[in-house]
Design a protein around this ligand. Structure first.
Ligand code: PEP
Ligand code: MG
Length: 554
């Protein structure tokens, strides 16, 4: 029995045989050609077919896993449509008389290395995308099947890394789980696994692949990130029992649909869903979310070559509001910058992008982008119950400027006789220690607060959330973080405004009781966790004094 540790995705456990993914295109040979036109034609045909396959994958992903997952294939299409890629392939074929496969492989490697060298997590991840495209083209050129898929009994797929296309093409009927030697928690592959509900452990290290054999039996624990190969009888039995318990728990959660989020002593709160795209509203509704607590609107701006127009944005916001049919929808204005980059913004390279020109700072520095988004939001407001939320607030003066711009946008719409809802609420994210510390002042000016615990933890504890090496220091349960949340809740209560939590901590059920005692009104979590949080709320009795005083008076 051998144990390996990686990063777990999903809470499920899978037990089964390992299938090692062998890549067929490791040996692309350089062949001298005489007919360059024929080779270029082969490339054009392969590219057309690849674009068609990507379109199919995109549509499948949209249906199965939502907008974030599908965005990967849009990105692949864009890379494939990039003129520079074509030019490089053609110039190798013409200039060096090499075969198409070789020209594609070399071009992709040059592109991938360029991306990998960028000091930016988002751009580094693009290196995998380019290699994925190269694999696809070479498979097509060599006449191989479009995707490497195991057949027969359900297996645990193991690979050095899985490209996003491979993760999206995994057939749920044949795959129990997957394990990869490389990969990071925020990679597209991880996002796809989460979106498609496939348990996975990523980043177990190369040693794993060197040591395991085809058909070895293994246990993959998506909750703990553990992979146990050739478990002994006792361990296998223990995990089988845990697996049964988890399945039963998931089944029981379904019974909570339609029930209230109410504590044993009668306190009600709202449990909303966080979404990244228009299509995710369906998943929020399917999981019985009471509303949308955070729509990360910047996802509409990523994976594209130019700004979305006012019309495009209007259509997206209107659709979510209509889909949610009168339920609260809180749309956050763009949080671009730091790890979320879009080339066309042409942002300057920063030494510390998390402390740089991101989110509301960018909007205030480039008001034309901000105004376009606000116009689209206000126009959409008549189609439902909209709240607009501003990220990364640190000062009263910022909020004053924001409110002034909102008033100007509304005045302009009025003058143009364009309808908007006057009931649209304006809220702010509490995700910097500064915002929490001056929350009493901010509460006089905002309609609601929503605590972004991911950034609040990063900024309070001085731990870059993109840096896995400081993960151990970035404890969101740290008393300093909890005190700042409590302080903000107190300010909200005193000024009679609502306060929610929309960072990852909102789904941490070990803190649900503490949050309720602080007076948090709403928890917004990823759609598949809504029922889990509902169950936690329904088991709490606030009439019993708290066991442990962790906060201000401690
Ligand atoms: C947060 O910071 O907690 C948050 C919800 O925003 P994001 O994760 O998008 O930065
Ligand atoms: Mg944030």
């Amino acid at each position: 029995m051998e144990k390996y540790q990686g990063v777990g995705i999903g809470e499920a456990i899978a037990i089964g045989k390992l299938r090692l993914l062998r890549r067929h295109d490791q040996n692309v040979k350089c062949v001298q050609i005489t007919d360059a036109e024929r080779e270029k034609d082969r490339f054009r045909r392969a590219k057309t077919l690849a674009l068609r396959q990507l379109q199919e994958l995109l549509e499948k992903s949209l249906q199965e896993a939502g907008r974030d997952s599908a965005a990967v294939f849009e990105a692949h299409q864009m890379i494939l449509l990039d003129k520079e890629f074509d030019e490089s392939v053609f110039s190798m074929i013409d200039g060096q008389n090499v075969n198409t496969e070789y020209a594609v492989k070399l071009t992709a490697e040059t592109f991938a290395e360029r991306f990998a060298a960028m000091c930016d997590v988002y751009m580094t991840a693009r290196a995998t995308d380019v290699r994925d495209i190269s694999d696809r083209l070479i498979r097509i050129l060599s006449g191989a099947a479009s995707q490497p898929m195991p057949s027969g009994e359900k297996v645990i797929l193991c690979a050095d890394d899985l490209t996003p296309s491979e993760a999206a093409s995994l057939n749920r009927d044949r795959i129990l789980a997957f394990v990869t030697a490389g990969g990071s928690f925020s990679s597209h592959t991880a996002i796809l696994a989460r979106g498609r509900n496939i348990p996975a452990v990523i980043g177990v290290g190369d040693k794993f692949l060197r040591e395991v054999k085809e058909d070895d039996e293994a246990i993959v624990d998506g909750g703990t990130g553990e992979v146990i190969v050739n478990p002994d009888k006792e361990v296998r039995k223990m995990f089988s029992e845990r697996q049964r318990t988890l399945t039963e728990k998931a089944r029981l959660l379904q019974d909570l649909k339609g029930m209230e989020n109410v504590t044993l002593d009668g306190k009600k709160i709202d449990i909303y869903a966080n979404i990244g795209g228009v299509e995710d509203a369906a998943s929020a509704l399917a999981n019985d979310a009471g509303g949308i607590g955070l729509f990360r609107s910047e996802f509409l701006f990523l994976e594209r070559t130019d700004y979305p127009s006012e019309e495009e944005q209007f259509a997206a916001y209107k659709k979510v509001l209509e889909d949610m049919a009168g339920k609260k929808v809180i749309i956050r204005t763009i949080d671009i910058g730091a790890d979320k980059q879009a080339d066309y913004f042409r942002l300057k390279k920063e030494e510390n992008p998390a402390l740089g020109c991101r989110a509301i700072r960018l909007c205030l520095l480039r008001p034309e982008i901000f105004r376009t988004q606000l116009r689209a939001l206000y126009r959409a407001s008549v189609y439902g119950n909209l709240g607009i939320m501003f990220p990364m607030i640190t000062a009263v003066s910022e909020l004053e400027k924001i409110l002034a711009i909102c008033s100007q946008v509304k005045a302009e719409l009025k003058q143009q006789e364009i309808r908007f809802s006057d009931r649209t609420e304006l809220g702010i994210m509490i995700e910097t220690p500064a915002a929490a510390l001056i929350s009493d002042k901010l509460a006089c000016m905002a309609d609601f607060f929503s605590v972004g615990t991911n950034d609040l933890t990063q900024y309070t504890l001085a731990c870059d959330r993109q840096n896995p090496d400081v993960k151990q220091f970035a404890d969101p349960h740290h008393e300093a973080v909890l005190r700042l949340i409590e302080m903000s809740a107190e300010s909200a209560r005193r000024h009679g405004i609502r306060i929610g939590i929309c960072g990852e901590l909102a789904a941490d059920t070990t803190l649900t009781e503490a949050f309720l005692r602080m007076g948090i009104d709403e928890l917004s979590v990823s759609p598949d966790l809504v029922l889990k949080v509902r169950r936690a709320v329904r088991g709490i009795d606030l009439s019993i004094p708290a066991q442990k005083i962790i906060l201000l008076d401690s």
